[in-house]
Design a binder for this molecule. Structure first.
Ligand code: AMP
Ligand code: GLY
Length: 422
């Protein structure tokens, strides 16, 4: 099988490792890819969010399967353009990707499907006086902590959770189009579901660390680390989420004429009233994918190909390695604000280092930082404590001026201190 992988972040590096390790794959192209993937994939330039460019590259590379990593190409309809060429594509249509592309659309689907989620109001004119008044009424109805979400794609950074009403109002006005939500309390879970639109297979649930600082302090980021599995998650939770969230959502999207095939990412809070959806994404999560795929034994290309071709019902059950996996993200100075880039990165060519925002400097080929989240250390171990030690050892061996990373990824879980509310 010849595979074309679209994207160039940490998630895509992890996907590339999984795809390249599948004996069924005899050629892997990554576009644009990143320097960490050069050993396992042929790297090509592409405008990833331009449907015609990606479809042309799929034809040119004679791809049997195209895997689309990031959300922007999906929302732009890249999967539709690839399928229009008769090529199997892992990733939802532009219509189905709206489940991530618009928070208001996702809320509407959830309401229609009866999916448990936070109560919410969508406000389209939060930057005008009437809109501000609507936002204020919603904030007062739900009370603090206040949750205000930019309606569109914002790379995980469009959400403000605050006790400060003025901050919530200012964020809403700056976004214009927002969703104001009830606050959900409880540990968060990322559940990835591989689906062909009908059949759905859950991967191991993972936990992500969204805030930049230790102890969940500071602003939200795209994700600073992750681990799997979740020993603390009550038994039966995944089955419950499949039955109350995933199947109704897939049915609703089929009913709307936009069946969802690809990866449905269910972001949940495990609240005292049970699991509640915080958000849907239309693609693998980053950095949870690095940890989850590290434990997946089932050949990845075969699984994604089955989802892309509507044959998941005939796919064997997923197999997992025993133990645990932890990923720790190393970010550049300034992230999640404007990151400093162009600094030399050392120690990044070891197994377990997964590249995200790295590049080769044109002048001398040196590896340099090229984004906010630069790379991650991903390791497996017999248990969470062992996987943590190994992941932190990887990150500690990386040199990058001004870099920062959280010291407490999976710490509470390893110590048995994560408890779902009773
Ligand atoms: P989202 O982009 O919707 O995933 O939001 C980013 C992060 O904000 C989530 O991972 C949560 O940590 C937090 N968040 C979003 N919505 C809520 C909510 N309704 N209650 C509590 N926290 C939330
Ligand atoms: N890890 C959060 C995300 O991928 O959106």
């Amino acid at each position: 099988m010849r595979v074309l992988l679209i994207g160039g972040g940490g998630r895509e590096h992890a996907l590339a490792l999984g795809l390249a390790a599948d004996p069924a794959v005899d050629h892997l192209t990554a576009a644009p890819g990143n320097p960490g993937m050069a050993g396992v994939a042929e790297l090509r330039e592409v405008s990833a969010a331009d449907p015609a460019s990606v479809a042309a590259l799929a034809v040119e590379t004679r791809a049997d399967l195209v895997v689309i990593g990031p959300e922007a190409p999906l929302v732009a309809g890249v999967a539709d353009a690839v399928r229009a060429k008769g090529i199997a594509c892992f990733g939802p249509s532009g219509g189905a990707a709206r489940i991530e592309g618009s928070k208001a659309f996702a809320k509407d689907v959830m309401a229609a499907a009866g999916v448990p989620t936070a109560r919410a109001y969508a406000v389209t004119d939060a930057d005008r006086p009437e809109g501000t008044a609507t936002v204020a009424r919603a904030l007062d109805e739900f009370g603090a902590p206040y949750v205000v979400k930019d309606d569109g794609l914002a790379a995980g950074k469009g959400v403000v959770v605050t006790d400060d009403r003025a901050v919530a109002l200012t964020h809403a006005a700056a976004c214009g189009q927002v969703v104001v939500e009830e606050y959900l309390s409880g540990p968060e879970v990322s559940l990835f579901v591989v689906t062909d639109g009908e059949t759905a297979l859950p991967l191991l649930p993972a936990q992500d660390f969204k805030r930049v600082g230790d102890g969940d302090t500071g602003p939200n980021t795209g994700g600073m680390g992750a681990y799997t599995p979740l020993g603390w998650l009550p038994e039966g939770t995944v089955e419950q989420v499949m039955a109350t969230v995933v199947q109704p959502t897939l049915a609703e999207l089929r009913g709307r004429g936009t069946p969802f095939s690809g990866l449905l990412y269910v972001g949940l809070a495990i609240t005292p009233d049970g699991p509640r959806v915080i958000e849907f994404n239309a693609r693998f999560g980053d950095p949870e994918t690095q940890a989850v795929l590290a434990l997946l034994e089932t050949p990845l290309a075969g699984l994604l190909h089955a989802a892309a071709t509507g044959t998941l019902a005939g796919h064997p059950p997923l197999r997992w390695r025993p133990g645990a996996a932890v990923t720790v993200v190393l970010a550049s100075a300034g992230y999640p604000g404007t990151p400093r880039t162009g600094d030399v990165v050392t120690g990044a060519d070891r197994a377990g280092i997964i590249h995200a925002g790295t590049a080769r400097r044109a002048a001398d080929g040196a590896l340099v930082s090229a984004g906010g989240r630069v790379l991650s250390g991903t390791a497996v171990g017999a248990d969470l404590a062992a996987a943590r030690d190994a992941a932190y050892a990887l990150v500690a061996g990386v040199g990058l001026d001004g870099a920062h990373y959280r010291r407490d990824i999976a710490e509470a879980a390893a110590a048995g201190r994560v408890t779902p509310p009773a």
